[in-house]
Design a binder for this molecule. Structure first.
Ligand code: KG4
Ligand code: ZN
Length: 341
């Protein structure tokens, strides 16, 4: 099966070509630089960029894959959740292509695609569902933090999620307090490598509660109060690195401990993680250490598929078509607030 997939839910325009589980191409046009000066994604600007970048990105994906549109068997796109005007561009382009080619269209939930993205591995990238096993999956991005029990392929249920800020949002907002450029997560990660994670003690919200929920807004507030009380600390680079390392340690500690606790409680022997924050070096390291200690398998999403991409949309669409799920009507609208079910 040959699928063209589109992702445009936030600030990445991406088009991928997937054939029988193999990712033939995954073209991504990122807008990070554009939004940097505003300190966050500006929906109006994102929409214009998607419009501008869609055709070149689609052409690049087809060229790299060596595929003509007439060969395609199906078209897929992210239907939600995401920024409404951004989503509309990818969804409507996909529906128009499916209509013109007379092929089925699949509207995909962005989080469900993240959920299965750790099963896309290797170089060249390909789906590895032959080795699939039940898992506890941590989805950590700028917009979401979720723990999901994946009982079998395409069968999952949400265990818990953040009740306020997402983990990536906490990284970005605390980085902003420290005067670091947007997006702050990768900057904090980089500076934290030169810092001492034990230098300052920041709260580990909800860590001692026996549930699968997260809360990060209190942590961000405590960093703000701390910096207001100690403004001089920001003058010294070493201290800024120590603060980054200490905040990162608090976020990672909560994510890792709560994920492993859920796995233990449910008797699940495999952990997976996906979403932009999975690029964080401390999170990757601590999950590895914790899983090795307990003899659990760990599947970390490939860093190039951790941030938003169309390859994960195409791979999931293919699995759904193979499983016999019906195609999506060509006239459906976006679902901007589509929660993972
Ligand atoms: O999944 P993603 O590309 O977009 C959505 O939010 O859906 O995730 C972006 C988030 C941002 O908050 C960014 O700061 C964070 O992932 N991030 C990181 C790192 N790389 C990206 N956070 C911490 N450390 C990193 N290395
Ligand atoms: Zn995402």
């Amino acid at each position: 099966m040959l699928i063209l997939a589109i992702e445009s839910s936030c600030d990445e325009t991406s088009v991928a070509i997937v054939r029988d589980g193999a990712v033939l191409s995954n073209a991504v046009s990122s807008q990070i630089k554009l939004h940097e000066e505003y300190g966050g994604v500006v929906p109006e600007l994102a929409t214009r960029e998607h419009l501008k970048n869609f055709m070149p990105t689609a052409q690049e994906a087809l060229r790299i894959a060596g595929v003509e549109t007439g060969e395609l068997d199906a078209i897929a796109a992210t239907r939600g959740p995401g920024l409404p005007p951004a989503l509309m561009i990818g969804l409507k382009a996909a529906q128009a292509m499916a209509f013109a080619l007379g092929r089925p269209f699949m509207g995909i939930n962005h989080h469900e695609a993240h959920l299965y993205s750790p099963w896309i591995v290797g170089d060249p990238l390909h789906a590895d569902f032959e080795n699939f096993e039940p898992n506890i999956s941590l989805i950590v991005s700028g917009g979401h933090t979720m723990l999901v029990h994946v009982e079998r392929e395409l069968k999952h249920h949400i265990l818990g999620g953040t009740i306020d800020d997402a983990a990536g949002e906490c990284f970005d907002k605390t980085a902003k307090l420290l005067g670091l450029p947007y997006p702050g997560g990768p900057q904090m990660d980089r500076l934290a490598q030169e810092g001492d994670p034990g230098a300052y003690e920041f709260p580990r919200p909800l860590l001692n509660q026996q549930n699968d929920d997260f809360s990060f807004s209190g942590l961000k507030t405590s960093v703000r109060y701390f910096l207001e009380k100690n403004p001089d600390l920001m003058e010294d680079r070493k201290t800024v690195c120590d603060i980054c390392a200490s905040v990162q340690a608090a976020i990672v500690d909560v994510l890792v401990k709560k994920t492993l606790r859920a796995a233990k409680r449910l008797g699940v022997r495999c952990i997976t993680a996906s979403g932009g924050v999975t690029c964080n070096s401390a999170l990757r390291r601590e999950l590895k250490v914790a899983c090795e200690k307990r003899g659990l398998k760990l599947r970390l999403c490939d860093p190039q598929l951790s941030t938003d991409n169309a390859a994960m949309i195409g791979v999931l669409a293919e699995r759904k078509l193979i499983a016999g799920e019906p195609a999506t009507d060509l006239d459906v609208e976006i679902k901007a607030g589509w929660a993972l079910e």
